[in-house]
Ligand binder design. Sequence first.
Ligand code: CA
Length: 337
Amino acid sequence: MAKAKILGALLMAATISSSALAQKIVIAHRGASGYLPEHTLEAKAMAYAMGADYIEQDVVMTRDDQMIVLHDITLDRTTDVADQFPDRIRDDGRYYAIDFTLQEIRGLNASEGFRLRDGEKEQSYSSRFPIGSSSFRVSTFQEEIELIQGLNKSTGKDIGIYPEIKGPEFHRAEGKDISTAVVNVLKEYGYTTRQDKVFLQCFSFEELDIIRNQILPAAGIEVNLIQLIGNAESYPWMFDEDGMNKLADYVDGIGPEKGLVITRNSTRDEIEITDLVQRAHDAGLRVHPYTYRSDPGQVPRYADSFEDLLEKHYFAADVDGLFTDFPDKAVRFLQSR
Ligand code: CA
C-alpha cells in the first residue's frame, strides 16, 4: 500500500515535470500576419499583445551589410520597390534586397503581400489588411529585437524570438556571411544559452552544421537550432529509420511543413498521422510545424474548422508548438483546452 502510494507520488511528479517541459507553444508566423502586413513592427506588436510565446523574424541582408526582417530575398511582393526604383530590376525581373542600402529600403512602403495581375496589385489573401492602406515600413533585425525586449521590460513577460536565416547560400555567393552576422546580434542582445528564449531556424542542413560547429563556438554562445523541413525530397536521409537521431547531433528541433505531420491525403474519416513527430520526440527533438492559417480555403479538408486543425496537430499528432498567422486563435485554443 505504502509502496503504491510512493509510486503514485513519483508518477505524479514525473507527469508534472514532463508536462511543464512539454508546454505547447504558439509561434507568431511573420507576426500577427493574418491581421497586419507581415513582418512589420505593427504586426509584431499585435502578435505580442495576442499572447504569442515566440515571434518570428526572417532575416535578409542589404547591400551595406545590414540585417532586415523580410520573408523573401526580394522586395517585390511586399513593398512598392518597383514603383520607386524601376531601374533597379535584375534580368530575372526581381528586385533583390541585397542590391539596396538600408536607407533606400527604409524609404519603401511595406504592405500586405501581393502579385501583379494585368499591372494591378492583387493581394494574396483577399480577406486580410487592405493593400495601400495606412503606412508601414521594413524594419531591421535589431529594431525588432528591441521592440520585443522593450515589451518584455514594460509587461514583465519573457516572449521569445524565432529568427530564420534566409538564403544562406545566396548570401554567401554575394559575399555575405549572414549566419555569423545573425549570431553576433543574438550575442549582443543577450541570447547566449539554450535557456534563453530563441530558436534559430534554417532550411539548409549544411548551414545549420556550420552554425552549430563553427559559428556558435567561435562566438562562444549556444542557442537552440531548428531544422526546417519543407518536403521529404530535400534531405531523404532525415526520413530514414535513424534520420532524426542523426539530426539530433546538430539541432534541437524540427520545423516541418504541416503536411509531413498529418498527410494532405487525410480525410475527416481517416486521419493519417505520420511517424515523424514520434521519431523526432524519440530522438529528443522538438517539433514546430508550419503554417496554420484560418483564411478562407486554408484549412485542410480533414479538419472541421481552424480550431479542429489545431486540436489534431497539437494533441492527436502531439506537436510541441506551431507557426500560425493567427496567434490569437491558437492562444485562445490552448487556453480553452
Ligand atoms: Ca520563416
